[in-house]
Design a protein around this ligand. Structure first.
Ligand SMILES: C[S@@+](CC[C@H](N)C(=O)[O-])C[C@H]1O[C@@H](n2cnc3c(N)ncnc32)[C@H](O)[C@@H]1O
Length: 430
């Protein structure tokens, strides 16, 4: 029964998604806000047949790895994604390591030992201030707010400890926006913070309203702050292009990115991932695919490394693909394609052979058809950048079926205080 208090529950394990796992009354219970080794009472939030989900309401025996939550509002409401904010940073990394190893064991039947590497500067900053992109939804009163997980409830916020310091300083905390609009604050390599305002997506309702409390009719005040630190822009096709920079092997690479387009969120993530991907690829590879390329984070250093290398970069989103093409313009041997990866691999537009492949799929992973189409091209090396350990593990199993063995796995803590983890897996043809 939702809302029921259950316990005491001994937490014995962790599960993907930021859950501690225990048993109560013969059932498996997934509990948020706890740690292995703890005993807690928890409030049931959801029941799915025999699986129950609950949130910690009282800790009877605390783990030595428990700390005061980095964000009290998140501790009580769950907003902002800081679901491991009550766990000491080194223990968060052990937690993520356990989840990654567990997913590979369960879904790929492979025993792999991995160490989760911290991003430069995070230990000194206690894992705070890393987000260069933060999204809010305006609540019924037009305030910047965030959703309580698994609900439509919005909670107004006036700080966000994971956001880069420049975002926190420039954020329009006291401004009012049209209810239901999304406000994304973006810090780029240079220039002001952009506040990108996007109406609710078609089909998705705005923040719930009641007859008594309609959304505020006032439009935002467009010159609300010091224009040198914050500019308000529209999302969608009218979104401006901003500049990002990445230093790789002593070179400074410059990228155009739509202000509301995909870019790795942790301030160090672009450099950490480019270094890891480039180190995993043989520099002799002549034809290299970069699939799910975004604005070309990996495609550009791949092309810059060897002038004659044929880089084949594929991106599905039309606006990101425009930026991808622009970011590869200086490299005559590189080609960019806009389209769905599976479809483009299936038709004859892309080369039939590749020496190496980089892929960075969305959370759902690559899947059977893409893995099979890659294997047909017989690359010696596949470098897979993964943001979801379960999807990675499923694709590891599919790649093994196609005779690609996992030769290296690195994991990076690019989302401190959240359960998320980024991995770079390298496969060799056997
Ligand atoms: C995780 S992002 C990675 C982007 C880029 N590698 C980076 O790190 O900046 C995944 C990208 O894949 C694109 N994408 C998602 N599904 C796709 C599909 N089925 N076909 C082509 N592109 C897709 C998204 O638009 C997004 O830009």
């Amino acid at each position: 029964m939702t809302g029921q208090l259950i316990g005491p529950i001994a937490i014995t394990d962790v599960a993907h998604g930021g859950w501690g796992v225990g048993r109560w009354d013969g059932r498996v219970v997934f509990v948020s806000g706890t740690l292995p080794g703890e005993t807690v009472t928890a409030e049931v939030t959801e029941q799915r047949s025999k699986l129950w989900f609950a949130r910690t309401s009282e800790v009877h025996a605390a783990s030595p790895d428990r700390v005061d939550h980095i964000w009290p509002l998140a501790a009580t409401t769950g907003v902002g994604g800081a679901d491991l904010g009550h766990v000491a940073l080194p223990a968060q990394r052990r937690w993520k390591q356990a989840v990654l190893e567990q997913q590979l064991r369960r879904l790929a039947h492979q025993e792999v030992a991995v160490t989760v590497e911290a991003a430069p500067g995070d230990d000194a900053d206690n894992g705070l201030g890393w987000r260069t992109r933060v999204s809010f939804t305006a609540d019924q009163d037009g305030r910047l707010a965030m959703y309580v997980p698994y609900s439509d409830q919005l909670v107004a916020v006036d700080s966000m400890p994971l956001a880069a310091a420049a975002i926190t300083a420039a954020a329009p905390w006291r401004e009012r926006f049209p209810a239901g609009h999304r406000v994304t604050l973006v810090q780029s390599a240079s220039g002001p913070i952009h506040a990108v305002l996007t109406p609710p997506a078609a089909g998705r309702s705005a923040a719930p309203t009641t007859a008594d409390e309609g959304p505020p009719s006032r439009q935002p005040d467009w010159d609300l702050t010091d224009a040198s630190s914050l500019v308000m822009v529209e999302g969608g096709p009218a979104a401006p292009v901003i500049t990002e920079q990445v230093v790789w092997a002593g070179r400074q690479l410059t990228y155009q990115v739509a202000a509301d387009g995909f870019w790795q969120v942790h301030r160090q993530a672009p450099e950490v991932l480019v270094a890891a991907v480039m180190a995993a690829l043989p520099d002799t590879a002549r034809t290299v695919f970069d699939l799910y390329a975004g604005a070309g984070l990996f495609a550009q250093p791949l092309a810059a490394q060897t002038a004659t290398r044929k880089v084949i970069a594929v991106e599905g989103d039309s606006r990101a693909a425009l930026r991808l093409a622009a970011n590869l313009q200086a490299y005559p041997a590189a080609r960019s394609y806009q389209g769905e990866v599976r479809r483009l691999l299936a038709d004859s537009a892309l080369p039939r052979r590749a020496d190496a492949v980089v892929l960075d799929p969305p959370r759902a992973g690559a899947g059977r058809a893409v893995v099979a189409a890659l294997a047909e091209r017989r690359p010696d090396t596949i470098v897979y950048v993964a943001c979801d350990p379960a999807s990675l593990a499923r694709d590891v199993a599919l790649l093994a079926d196609q005779h690609y063995g996992l030769s290296q796995l690195r994991a990076f803590d690019l989302f401190p205080h959240t359960h998320h983890i980024e991995a770079v897996a390298v496969f060799q043809r056997q």
